[in-house]
Design a binder for this molecule. Structure first.
Ligand SMILES: Nc1nc2c(ncn2[C@@H]2O[C@H](COP(=O)(O)OP(=O)(O)OP(=O)(O)O)[C@@H](O)[C@H]2O)c(=O)[nH]1
Length: 395
């Protein structure tokens, strides 16, 4: 698997950008889906062997049989494609990888594994792939006969677990919009039972699989993705704590920290999440970004639809106010406030200022650790290259 080296300088600048929250919104996802037609292997642009590339953004693999809905999920969640348009997506007939790490807090890669390709072929370095992965999402088409998918799931999970026992295995029982409520529950129970039985037969009952019922036709796919991503964020308890402090001191009912591009919420306060509230927040983000894109950009297209100044207030007819504010270039805070509490907007804004500063500090600490480890690893590499201890000659 070949890799295109990236300049360390550029990489560092990129990371710094993330932290300081510079305005850089936009779907800049790059698709690298043109693999080698001979082998079906993709020309990977991301260095899987770099243990640090996963430190700041979680890396997720999306796998599943053909036509299970992988590309649709990715297009709907990360590219704002409408679900109906996915009907016209062409099938991928080779292994392909897409990287949307530039546009979102989530470092997300999709690996399509078409049925005829054996991805455990020795020519594929699957160990390298699984080693740097935080979560493996396996998509099962619930409207189809899923026996083949379950066999492939078992094979994938057992191999991946051997390489990296820390991977979270997330099973999306997908396209459930076509099933009745009873049928949904029955399908989930059946898939759960069969996969766990297979693992127990292989003596691997300790592998934990999480199941989600998903569809691109409602918010279930965003909700499931949010849960998957949250498991991979080491700072989650700190973020939740900060949100709790923020809402209790500002008279806010509920607050979500959203990844703006994907509308995945990466954290919320500890009050329960209600689907309708979440959906309203998603709609608000859509409204803000759409209006900004249409009326906010200059005539030559210059400017960004989401930046430090981004903020929005929407008053609902049930005496609730929706309040959105920019936190970093990827993240936004969306809150539900009662009208009477919103009268103290000055207090909310001051508390938000402190909250925003704290969020930046949380990620800054992480970045410092990553940088120092990166530095140490580079030093070790240099030492290994010169066993007698003499410094390496500059290239
Ligand atoms: N009803 C329904 N159809 C869906 C859903 N998600 C995807 N589909 C449809 O499933 C079909 C296959 O979707 P793709 O996204 O191309 O599947 P894929 O897994 O990427 O397929 P390959 O590229 O062949 O690997 C498309 O016609 C989608 O419109 C869903 O949640 N519900």
């Amino acid at each position: 698997m070949s890799q295109v080296p990236r300049k360390p300088q550029e990489e560092e600048e990129e990371e710094e950008d993330e932290l300081v929250g510079l305005a850089d919104y936009g779907d800049r996802a790059e698709s690298f889906s043109d693999g080698d037609p001979e082998t079906g292997a993709d020309e990977a642009f991301l260095d899987f062997s770099d243990p640090f590339s996963t430190e700041v953004k979680p890396r997720i693999l999306l796998m599943g049989l053909r036509r299970s809905g992988k590309s649709s999920i990715q297009k709907v969640v990360f590219h704002k494609m409408s679900p109906n348009e996915t009907l016209f997506l062409e099938s991928t007939n080779k292994i392909c990888r897409e990287d949307v790490s530039n546009s979102s807090f989530v470092n997300f890669q999709i690996w399509d594994f078409p049925g005829q390709i054996d991805f455990f072929d020795p020519t594929f370095d699957y160990e390298m792939i699984f080693r740097g992965t935080g979560a493996l999402i396996f998509v099962i088409d619930s409207q189809d006969d899923y026996m083949e998918a379950l066999a492939r799931l078992h094979l994938t999970v057992t191999r991946a677990y051997k390489v990296n026992p820390d991977i979270n295995f997330e099973i999306f029982i997908h396209k459930v919009d076509g099933l009745s409520d009873d049928h949904k529950i029955e399908t989930q129970r059946d898939i759960h039972q069969r996969t766990n039985d297979d693992l127990a037969d292989a003596g691997l009952e300790k592998i934990h699989l999480s199941f989600y019922l998903t569809s691109i036709y409602d918010h279930s796919i965003f909700e499931a993705f949010s849960k998957v991503v949250q498991k991979l964020i080491p700072q989650l308890p700190t973020l939740e704590n900060l949100l709790n402090i923020f809402i209790s001191n500002s008279g806010i009912e509920k607050a979500f920290l959203f990844d703006v591009v994907s509308k995945i919420y990466i954290a919320t306060d500890s009050t329960p999440v209600d689907m309708q509230t979440y959906e309203l927040c998603c709609d608000m983000i859509d409204v803000v970004i759409d209006i900004s894109c249409i009326y906010g950009l200059k005539e030559d297209g210059a400017g960004t639809p989401y930046d430090k100044e981004s903020t929005a207030i929407i008053k609902l007819n049930n005496t609730t106010v929706l309040y959105l504010k920019e936190v970093t270039k990827f993240l936004a805070l969306v809150c539900f406030v009662r009208e009477e509490s919103f009268e103290r907007k000055g207090l909310i804004d001051y508390n938000f200022h402190c909250f925003r500063k704290a969020i930046h500090e949380v990620f800054e600490v992480r970045m410092k650790v990553v940088r120092s480890r990166k530095h140490q690893s580079q030093m070790q590499k240099n030492k290994r290259a010169t066993p007698n201890g003499t410094p390496r000659a500059p290239l």
